[in-house]
Design a protein around this ligand. Structure first.
Ligand code: NOJ
Length: 562
């Protein structure tokens, strides 16, 4: 346990800066607001925060369209405000990890403005420019957000490539000047003391050299209207993702980061374990997205996921689990069943904090924030959703109401609403009367807010605090090896975490059903000392050859040897 690095032991908490805390009452979150809430995070018990982009941006992809890599968006404050936040976070032993978007810039970044100014501009080759073919784009590649991945620049007559929105032109990473400019930005923040980066969209950094056409099953517009499964999607994007060169690039970035003291960390927004490299020469952490890519988190799914994931990791690589972020439906909404949501939310947290690997939590899940379904098109802030609405209505002829309902149910806005701090109008995020950048979910007034839950010992917030404390105080839950138990149980998920080199082993049992379960473990050890249960258990010693679980019960216990 003591040999583990800080990022192996830490629990990370993702802050969505625009929605966390509004310090200057303009309806948008900012650094003064975030700084004022650091004590809340300290009390919650998280060790590190990952901030979604805080840079200057026209905000067409909610900040993932950066127009200055070494600045702070004016709506979030100043560089001084950032430094103050960093310093105050570090005072509280909270590390700070920033978002780094390497694949593309904003179309308003000075680099792109120069690059698109004329064919001979020295920065022309900083982006991916190509001539069209047969009066159209260079090929039929699709953007992850919209129709064609190519946009014609009328001024110079060429097309530029964008894996995401047309306002997010892809950088040409084959150009060494691009790399140098971006590494300077990386050093800027590392010199200031940030603890690492979450790397956005690394899979799309390089494209297939020969620009081969895809065999598209549908038109790019039609593709927006169907949900592709993972393998269909991978097939569709095969010339646009995971191209040669990426591993060298990741190794180079790792080398740069490793020049700094303090074990700075790189977290990849990609689930491909190949980005661990040999286990110690590319990214430190790579999200286990397959765990969350399911309608229902069943014991069977989790067990199968762990078996594959842990076996696939290269030696020395460390797992990383998450159930939600700013791109997905909220954990509460996605995995709730409408009847036992509160119990399920507890189970899901227990799962995150007891599986082997670094857990990432998403702001607001600790108070049970749920998705907000917006009322009308004008409330949408997610440009990818606005674009889909346009394609549905204008190109596919869908009735507006049907198109909006589809978009509202899937827009990323639903999980990005302002944090619910208290019971006041605007939920204490902004003062009453201020128009917040996205509407506040009205359920803040029904107890889904931090202040109400703070004083309630049975609240979800206090459950989070208790579980985080338990994890912190139980080394086997942090560093222990994982071993699945009773592999055929459909209703409960049970496993051991054994701390190598010690006699400490934890048993974790999570009952995912609304029924009691009689569980028999066939272990050499027959007894365990109870460390935690969310039920009122009288006994402190559990008999493992006959353990009765209550519906949705969570049991964490330490095996008693001998
Ligand atoms: C992944 C980010 O999480 C998402 O929010 C963003 O839109 C895309 N990358 C493009 O940067």
């Amino acid at each position: 346990m003591n040999t583990l690095k800080w990022w192996q032991k830490a629990v990370f908490y993702q802050i969505y800066p625009r929605s966390f805390a509004d310090g200057n009452s303009d309806g948008i979150g900012d650094f003064p607001g975030m700084s004022a809430r650091l004590d809340y995070l300290r009390e919650l018990g998280v060790d590190a925060v990952w901030l979604s982009p805080h840079y200057p941006s026209p905000y067409l992809d909610c900040g993932y369209d950066i127009s200055d890599y070494t600045g702070v968006g004016p709506e979030y404050g100043t560089l001084e405000d950032f430094k103050h936040f960093l310093e105050e976070a570090h005072h509280r032993d909270i590390r700070v990890v920033l978002d780094l978007v390497l694949n593309h810039t904003s179309h308003l970044h000075p680099w792109f403005i120069e690059s698109s100014s004329n064919l001979d501009n020295p920065k022309r080759d900083w982006y991916v420019w190509k001539d069209g073919k047969d009066g159209g784009p260079p090929n039929n590649w699709t953007s992850i957000f919209s129709g064609s991945a190519w946009e014609l620049d009328p001024k110079t007559g060429q097309y530029y490539y964008h894996a995401f929105l047309k306002e997010q032109p892809d950088l040409n990473w084959h150009n060494p000047e691009v790399k140098q400019a971006m590494w300077e930005a990386v050093r800027f923040w590392l010199d200031m003391g940030v603890d690492g980066f979450r790397l956005d969209a690394i899979a799309t950094i390089y494209e297939h050299h020969d620009l081969p056409d895809h065999t598209l099953p549908l038109t790019p517009a039609e593709l927006l209207n169907i949900k592709l499964n993972r393998s269909q999607y991978e097939q569709l994007m095969r010339f646009q993702t995971h191209q040669p060169g990426l591993h060298d690039l990741m190794q180079e970035l790792r080398g740069l980061v490793d020049e700094y003291p303090g074990d700075r960390v790189l977290v990849g927004e990609d689930d491909n374990v190949a980005y661990h490299g040999t286990g110690d020469d590319e990214l430190h952490l790579v999200f286990n997205f397959p765990l969350m890519e399911t309608e229902r988190l069943t014991p069977e799914h989790i067990r199968a996921n762990q078996a594959i994931r842990l076996a696939d990791l290269p030696p020395g690589a460390w797992p990383c689990n998450t159930l939600g972020n700013h791109d997905t439906s909220r954990v509460w909404s996605r995995y709730g069943d409408g009847e036992h949501d509160a119990a399920l939310a507890r189970l899901h947290l227990a799962l995150m904090l007891t599986l082997k690997g670094t857990p990432f939590l998403y702001n607001g899940e600790e108070i049970g924030m749920s998705d907000l379904i917006l009322d009308n098109v004008s409330q949408l802030r997610d440009t990818a959703a606005t674009f889909r609405y346009q394609v549905f209505t204008e190109r596919l002829g869908m009735p507006p109401e049907e198109a909006f309902n589809k978009v509202a149910a899937s827009t990323r806005d639903r999980c990005r609403t302002p944090f619910q701090w208290n019971n006041d109008p605007n939920s204490g995020f902004s003062p009453p009367g201020v128009e917040t950048w996205l509407p506040v979910n009205p359920n803040y007034a029904t107890g889904v807010n931090a202040a109400t839950q703070q004083d309630d010992p049975d609240s979800l917030l206090n459950f989070y605090r208790e579980m985080l404390r338990l994890r912190r105080n139980t080394p086997a839950l942090v560093g222990g090896e994982y071993l699945a138990l009773n592999p055929h149980s459909e209703d409960y998920f049970a496993f051991l975490r054994h701390e190598a080199g010690t006699d400490k082993t934890c048993l974790v049992v999570l009952n995912f059903s609304d029924q009691e379960q009689a569980v028999i473990f066939e272990l050499e050890v027959n007894q365990a000392r109870l460390l935690f249960s969310n039920e009122d258990r009288q006994e402190q010693t559990l008999a493992l050859d006959g353990l009765n679980l209550k519906p949705f019960e969570i049991v964490v216990a330490e095996l008693v040897e001998g």
